[in-house]
Design a protein around this ligand. Structure first.
Ligand code: PMP
Length: 460
């Protein structure tokens, strides 16, 4: 390793506290430091090339070297590097971006509120719904239903929504008005012989029982990712949202679509809710909104909610919610250019052309002796490894299967991610069929080595 690489890695170890990282391991082994990107590839400080099979954090739709987005940022920075929307101010790119977003979403949208991150946007969803329900005179209607396995962020409120142990354990969960229903994981949780439709019936029944137990007049909203991403790429069973939403409507409960990962083409439609038959009242978007070249997220709300907020503000003076960088002109200009490029390059057709190949290559892993389930839609998917195919038996976390396989992938020049025992794939949307082949070739090598090691060490 060069002295340059050594000193950078040592510096990271000495000075940086890493997000969502095993801190013990980081202290022992240091980090993989990425220095530059090109197309779907990134390069570490030693110059080694990797395919970025996760588009970073499910976000760099245009890969790592889209100069149009860089130009949009530079141009806006020269013109106006910062201004805000507090106290009746506005900036031009934010207005244009809001207009464009409204025209894209598959529901009647009225206003767009900008934040920097998906967590802040989902936090805003809760605050707006609480504020709205106070405004319309039903202050007791405040509880929010989320799902085990869902990921909605890490702020205090959104970490309470997030139903994944790693993001909850060790941190307090102070909000007692957040409830959870089951993760809709057909492969893992369906009973012997139960069809997807029957499984969806059972989940809808569970939801209704919870609502009745808690009292429908105390429940404000239900939040869901159309396809669960961080929890293991879990598309819902057939008819799930149709049945869930029938109940939500019956009890006057708002549906929030968390489109932070699924939004902007990922599942083969512009929004994930179109793929899974979900009809949201409000929506959260982030990540691919700007291809992640600049931090920006948004909450998109309908007219009736906006009217409630306006009325409350007439009483209270101001709508007291906002973030210094929310609607920042530079990320807004980048996001706007990103959405224009999406259209100019006909990305939806491109995604629809290439995703059957992605899904076919992904599903080819189903024959592997250690693979229990393969699932996905569009350009997102997962390969779930099991200790026994027949019994659908998961590996114990202590077996270290994911960690071993991950390390082998790194060795072969592939960055992706494990969630539990599921290997996740969510490449940049610009990926070509040849690059998909290469990505899965590298994963296949790592998987075979993991299988060999697991057998040799008695893990399989
Ligand atoms: N919702 C979903 C579905 C996500 O996957 C994420 C982040 N991965 C978030 C919300 C939170 O976004 P952020 O990390 O920008 O706060």
């Amino acid at each position: 390793m060069s002295n340059y690489a050594k000193s950078i890695i040592a510096g990271d170890r000495e000075h940086v506290l890493h997000p969502t990282t095993n801190l013990f391991e980081h202290r022992e082994n240091g980090a993989l430091v990425i220095e530059r990107g090109q197309g779907i590839h990134v390069y570490d400080v030693q110059g080694k090339e990797y395919i970025e099979g996760m588009a970073g954090l499910w976000c760099t739709s245009f890969g790592f070297s889209e100069s149009e987005l860089v130009d949009a940022a530079v141009e806006q920075m020269r013109k106006l590097p910062f201004y805000h929307g507090f106290g009746n101010k506005a900036v031009v790119p934010t207005i244009e971006l809001a207009r464009r977003l409204k025209s894209m979403v598959p529901f009647e949208a009225s206003k767009v509120f900008f934040t920097n991150s998906g967590s802040e946007a989902n936090d805003t969803q809760l605050k707006m719904i609480w504020y709205y329900n106070n405004a319309v005179g039903r202050p007791e209607k405040k509880k929010i239903i989320a799902r085990w396995g869902g990921y909605h962020g890490v702020t205090i409120a959104t970490a309470c929504l997030t139903g994944l142990p790693a993001f909850r354990g060790g941190f307090d969960q102070p909000l007692d008005n957040i409830l959870h229903v089951s993760c809709p994981h057909y492969y893992r949780d369906a009973e012997e012989g139960e069809s997807e439709e029957e499984y969806a019936d059972r989940l809808a029944e569970e939801l209704e029982q919870l609502i009745l137990r808690e009292d429908p007049d105390t429940i404000a909203a239900f939040i869901a990712e159309p396809v669960m991403a961080g929890g293991g790429v879990i598309p819902p069973p057939r008819t799930y949202f149709e049945k869930i939403q029938k109940i939500l409507r019956q009890y006057d409960i708002i549906t929030i679509a968390d489109e932070v990962v699924c939004g902007f083409g990922r599942t083969g439609n512009m929004f994930g809710c179109e793929t899974v038959g979900m009809q949201p009242d409000t929506m959260t978007v982030a990540k691919q909104l700007s291809s992640a070249y600049m931090p920006i997220a948004a909450v998109i709300i309908p007219e009736w909610m906006y009217e409630g907020l306006v009325e409350a503000s007439a009483d209270r003076g101001i709508f007291g919610h906002g973030i210094t960088y929310g609607g920042h002109p530079v990320p807004a200009a980048v996001a706007l250019r990103n959405l224009e490029l999406f259209e100019e390059r006909d990305m939806m057709s491109r995604i629809r052309d290439v995703s059957p190949h992605f899904q076919e290559r992904l599903r080819a892993f189903a024959d592997h002796p250690m693979v229990g389930n393969v699932r996905g839609v569009g350009l997102i998917g997962a390969v779930e490894l099991v200790a026994s195919k027949e019994k659908r038996l998961p590996f114990e976390a202590s077996a270290g299967i994911g960690q071993f396989c991950d390390n082998r992938c790194i060795e072969h020049g592939l960055i992706h991610r494990f969630s539990g025992n599921a290997a996740l794939f969510c490449p940049p949307l610009i990926i070509t069929a040849e690059e998909i082949d290469e990505m899965f070739k590298r994963f296949g090598l790592a998987l075979d080595e993991t299988y060999k090691w697991a057998r040799e060490t008695g893990r399989f």
